[in-house]
Design a protein around this ligand. Structure first.
Ligand code: 13P
Ligand code: SF4
Length: 303
């Protein structure tokens, strides 16, 4: 089937099913092009919570679709490829978090949205890279805070807020591939360019960058900044949107190696099949959903 026919069929089926397509900024270009909503984890959680569609097709990774199911338990949440996971989210289990909570019984638990629904059920408040600083600031009178699972995001947030955090030894294996040497080399090649990186990068990389921003934070920065060249330290799927929205500017990936294979699993063909066959469903069990929703709702209350 040629591309325009495929898109036409997706649009027809979307209307028939009363579905919306939510797409994360790292998805491949052809999937970004069929998005009703394109954004970072925070924006997509908000979009999911507000939609009046019956079906949410989530083009991203599993924890994102689970978050949509947590927020909208009565809607059908589908993923075009059910194998799209997040290796960082898998770095902490519910039982591991329970042990950590026992060691720090008075601590408030902040959990990155990149966690399973089961882990979310054990945390007090969620955060994303887009609001982690604000979430920690909202807890300023709290004596002890556990932050899971991303030690690098946790480190970044603690430097921004002057708050000590009890960290878990998790990290994003994709962003860990971005090295300080990459910044040095790219700055040499493009001396006028600004460097923006994701806060999942290591502290050494963040220290050398001009800004650390969530993926949609990067989109806003690219629009508003006077810089005409920007070096982008995150998953290179990001460059498709940046280039499309800012055709007059130049964007360079900081590293070609930092590819999230899970984010690349979704395609237009799989999205069409997803709408045709109404699969694969992501459904969070009720007891987990109720507990996890408290933590996600609490995050959404923080501006
Ligand atoms: P954002 O919320 O910034 O889009 O990040 C999600 C993610 O998984 C980054 O690796
Ligand atoms: Fe998870 Fe990293 Fe992929 Fe984001 S880029 S989905 S944190 S593995």
């Amino acid at each position: 089937m040629d591309n325009s026919k495929l898109i036409q069929k997706i649009q027809q089926l979307k209307r028939k099913r009363n579905a919306v397509i939510l797409v994360h900024n790292y998805q491949i270009g052809e999937v970004q092009d069929i998005a009703d909503y394109l954004g970072d984890s925070l924006e997509l959680s908000r979009d999911a919570s507000k939609t009046d569609a019956d079906v949410i097709v989530f083009c991203g990774v599993r924890f994102m679709a689970e978050t949509a199911s947590i927020l909208c338990p009565d809607k059908l949440v589908l993923m075009p490829d059910i194998n799209a996971g997040c290796p960082m989210a898998d770095m902490i289990t519910r039982n591991e978090l329970k042990v950590l909570k026992k060691e720090h019984p008075k601590a408030t638990v902040v959990g990155y949205v990149n966690t399973s629904a089961e882990v979310k059920a054990e945390i007090d408040i969620c955060c994303t890279s887009g609001n982690a600083v604000k979430v920690i600031e909202s807890l300023k009178d709290t004596a002890e805070i556990i932050f899971v699972p991303d030690k690098y995001l946790g480190h970044y947030v603690s430097t921004k807020t002057n708050q000590n955090l009890i960290l878990w030894d998790g990290y994003c294996p994709v962003h860990a591939k971005i090295l300080p040497e990459n910044i040095m080399r790219r700055r040499k090649a493009h001396p006028e360019a600004k460097v923006v990186v994701h806060p999942e990068c290591t502290p050494q990389v963040i220290q050398l960058a001009d800004e650390a921003l969530s993926t949609s934070g990067m989109c806003k920065y690219a629009k508003l900044s006077s810089a005409s060249e920007i070096i982008v330290g995150t998953e290179p799927g990001m460059l498709y949107r940046l280039r499309k929205e800012n055709p007059e500017k130049k964007f360079y990936p900081l590293s070609e190696q930092a590819i999230c294979q899970d984010m690349k699993l979704t395609t237009q063909e799989k999205t069409l099949l997803c709408l045709e066959d109404m699969k694969y469903e992501v459904k969070v069990p009720k007891d987990i959903q109720i507990r996890a929703k408290r933590a996600v709702d609490r995050m959404l209350e923080v501006l």
